[in-house]
Design a protein around this ligand. Structure first.
Ligand code: CP3
Length: 346
């Protein structure tokens, strides 16, 4: 057993006793850090994701600076789609843009299955990061089938996901075929990261909160379950975190899709998340990222409240309700880490 597997994060995810609450931040590696902006100067996002030296350095930056209890692998949910040959780009300030959207049966031919051999650089980056991290665990991640499908069908970021929902309801057979393929790709991407030393994984279904519970259960949950169950089978010791934004109404089906930890955004209290999921799952969250811009006393009060609420959960990993905003003052993040450590010490 490597030391990272008995880390605070892994133990909290397993609902074991911890001496203090582990904390990390979604998008902790990124534009809020001047050292990140310096490294990324002139390097396109997707190129940086496939360069092990850069991935290693960028993944480690927030661990060194903030003293967070976990690193998140620096990559993107569209990296495995690029690896199978899809023509796409990440446009700064916009997000992933797909050259030819996937909307018909024939388009699926452009989306073959992913094999580990197509991402040797990911394996190499994970190995390097894990070697440098020592006792600090690495969280691997992938996009969930629905969120990936939304980018592919819409061709880019979308407010209303109208083409995605039209496909889901108008051609369920094609929809399920697309999601089965995406589930295979996500599962392989997670397995590569776990095979090379990631101690936990997070499945990002960032946009699932746009769905009704009935649609989530019918059109999405079976595919996310395939990913999470596949990880449970191949890597039973690697805890699974399942996260989405605005998913208060979906916490139960998202937990039951095979998570150990359910991500909670700031719209739902941790106490409500625990009671809705019957106290059977650890929770991760849920500071509003915008509160990092509030005066310190107001921020401190809210952080302390979240720590207290988290004590009543079967396991708690402190995080934001969504990613760090690019204009966040990184010194505030460091201060929040210190406060969580201090306030949660048993
Ligand atoms: O620190 C971390 O969280 C690790 C790295 C990470 C990135 N993307 C790096 C990134 C992770 C976990 C992701 C996942 C991701 N990518 C998600 C799910 C998480 C979420 O935010 O809900 C989604 C929806 C994407 C798609 C995507 N990629 C978006 C919406 C954007 C932002 C576009 C922009 O410029 O505002 C990206 C680009 C991206 N991915 C950046 C980073 C650091 C910014 C690019 C840059 O710094 O130039």
């Amino acid at each position: 057993m490597t030391p990272a597997t008995s880390s605070l994060l892994v133990r909290a995810a397993r609902r074991e006793e911890v001496e203090r609450t582990p904390v990390w931040f979604m998008r902790q590696a990124g534009r809020s850090l001047p050292e990140y902006r310096a490294l990324r100067e002139g390097v396109p996002m997707l190129e940086s994701c496939r360069t092990p030296e850069l991935v290693t350095e960028i993944t480690l930056q927030p661990v060194r600076r903030h003293g967070v209890d976990a690193a998140i692998f620096f990559s993107d949910i569209v990296v495995p789609l690029m690896a199978v040959g899809l023509d796409l780009d990440i446009v700064a300030g916009v997000g992933p843009v797909v050259a030819e959207p996937v909307r018909a049966r024939a388009d699926l031919d452009r989306l073959p299955e992913l094999t580990a051999e197509q991402v040797p650089d990911i394996a190499e980056s994970v190995r390097r990061v894990v070697a440098e991290l020592g006792q600090t665990p690495l969280i691997g991640f992938a996009g969930a089938p629905f969120t990936l499908a939304s980018y592919l069908v819409e061709g880019g970021p979308s407010k209303n996901h109208e083409r995605t929902k039209a496909l889901m309801h108008g051609d369920p057979e094609l929809w399920h075929a697309l999601c089965e393929r995406l589930a295979q790709i996500s599962l392989t991407f997670l397995r590569v990261q776990a095979d090379h030393g990631a101690s936990a994984v997070q499945l990002f279904d960032s946009w699932a909160g746009h769905l009704s519970r009935a649609d989530y259960e019918r059109y999405v949950a079976p595919h996310s379950r395939h990913v999470l169950a596949g990880m449970a089978q191949s890597h039973p010791d690697v805890p699974r975190i399942h996260f989405g934004v605005g998913t208060g109404e979906l916490l139960v089906p998202m937990a039951e899709a095979g998570a150990d930890v359910i991500g909670v955004d700031y719209r739902v209290s941790l106490a409500d998340a625990v009671s809705r999921t019957g106290g059977r799952y650890a929770v991760q969250g849920n500071l509003d990222p915008a509160l990092l811009f509030a005066p310190w006393p107001a921020l401190e009060r809210r952080v302390r409240e979240i720590v207290e609420e988290g004590r009543r959960a079967p396991g708690h990993i402190f995080n934001l309700g969504h990613g760090v905003l690019p204009t966040t003052d990184p010194e505030v993040l460091t201060r929040v880490v210190e406060l969580v450590h201090d306030a949660s010490a048993r």
